[in-house]
Design a binder for this molecule. Structure first.
Ligand code: ADP
Ligand code: MG
Length: 335
């Protein structure tokens, strides 16, 4: 079995980070901090003190310690083991955000997916292809609506387990950015393994340029989005997948309706919005939904833009986003 795990570190960062300021005299010098967290490489770059960047890193590490599903000492692991319990205010706030996004997406994003994710081996590294009977049975345990959260008290039904892997990086990026903003930072680019969170624009006033990886060609990018003071998060099947003995490729984004990797015609979903947590959950959810449902969902909202790259080689872009395609033909939606 060929196993391929890729850090979500894409051209996004190379491109975005290489475009640093010139011409103006920023108040602070640009500082960078690279570290490994949440199973990926993170790169923070900001016009801020080094110590402030280190504190922003601590915010990310703290969230990871609380909600890592693979760290048996985390609060989330305790919840999964005990079927509930009392959590810190920080973890309760993350769970509350995650559950509201499960509701928003009608369960295309569902944090109770963990038994399914584990059965496929994505958190254990023991990759396997469960039978349809097995995944159907596991689906019975997936239902975010059955999770009870009352202030700091959580109750899970029998056999249910939570996985925040589809939102933790986006949420952490948002929290880190809010902290930096509160401390006066007006220009930053935080790359949390391909989950990009920006503050303001580049010091010369121009937009940050974030590359979207080509889902069919790992060494290329499909296009570039220009963003200011927003987050951009991509979910793609290429991020983490394995090829089984049957020659098929299976990836880590699961369709909660089937308990199997979501294969609904979308190869990558990029979401751009103010809120990084929303971006992260929606990128997973819209990948699961497929292009038609994703488009209907977008029409029902006005708080995000998207780039969907489909199996048909089409790029679907919403009109609020400045996106320049490097390869695939673009279809821009209209309201
Ligand atoms: P990445 O973590 O590669 O950036 P995503 O944000 O799409 O990609 O998150 C995928 C992760 O989310 C999976 O590894 C798994 O832990 C979890 N997950 C998979 N499918 C779903 C789903 N339908 N809803 C919520 N979480 C999911
Ligand atoms: Mg996500």
């Amino acid at each position: 079995m060929k196993i391929k795990k890729r850090w979500a570190l894409s051209l996004a960062l190379t491109l975005a980070l290489s475009l640093t300021a010139c011409g103006t005299a920023p108040q602070e010098t640009q500082n960078k901090l690279d570290f490994f967290a949440m199973d990926t490489l993170m790169e923070f770059s900001a016009y801020a003190d080094e110590s402030l960047l280190a504190e922003a890193r601590e915010i990310v590490m703290d969230i990871e310690r609380r909600v890592s599903v693979t760290d048996e000492k985390s609060e989330l692991s305790a919840l999964n083991r005990d079927g509930g319990g009392t959590v810190s205010p920080e973890t309760a706030a993350l769970l509350e955000t995650a559950l509201s996004l499960c509701r928003l997406t009608g369960g295309a994003f569902d944090v109770s997916i963990y038994p399914v994710v584990r059965a496929w081996g994505f958190t254990t590294g023991h990759y396997r292809v469960p039978s349809f009977d097995e995944t159907a049975a596991l689906c019975e345990r997936v239902d975010y609506a059955a999770i009870r959260l009352n202030a700091d008290s959580v109750t899970l039904p029998d056999g249910m387990e939570i996985d925040l892997g589809g939102i933790a990086k986006g949420y952490a990026g948002r929290e880190a950015a809010n902290y930096l903003r509160a401390n006066g930072v007006t220009s930053a680019l935080l790359n949390l393994g391909g989950n990009v969170q920006t503050i303001g624009s580049k010091p010369d006033g121009s937009a940050w340029r974030v590359a979207v990886r080509d889902p069919l060609n790992e060494s290329a990018y499909a296009g570039v989005a220009e963003i200011r003071d927003k987050a951009a998060v991509t979910s793609g099947g290429y991020e983490r997948h394995f090829t089984a003995d049957d020659g098929q490729t299976y990836w880590h984004i699961m369709d909660p309706a089937t308990g199997r990797p979501a294969r609904n015609g979308v190869l990558s979903a990029t979401i751009v919005a103010d809120d990084g947590a929303l971006c992260d959950a929606l990128s997973t959810a819209l990948f699961v939904m497929g292009a038609e449902r994703a488009e209907r969902f977008w029409r029902s909202r006005n708080d995000f833009d998207m780039v969907l790259i489909t199996e048909d080689g089409e790029t679907i872009v919403t009109p609020g986003l400045a996106y320049e395609s490097a390869s695939y033909p673009v279809r821009t939606l209209s309201r």
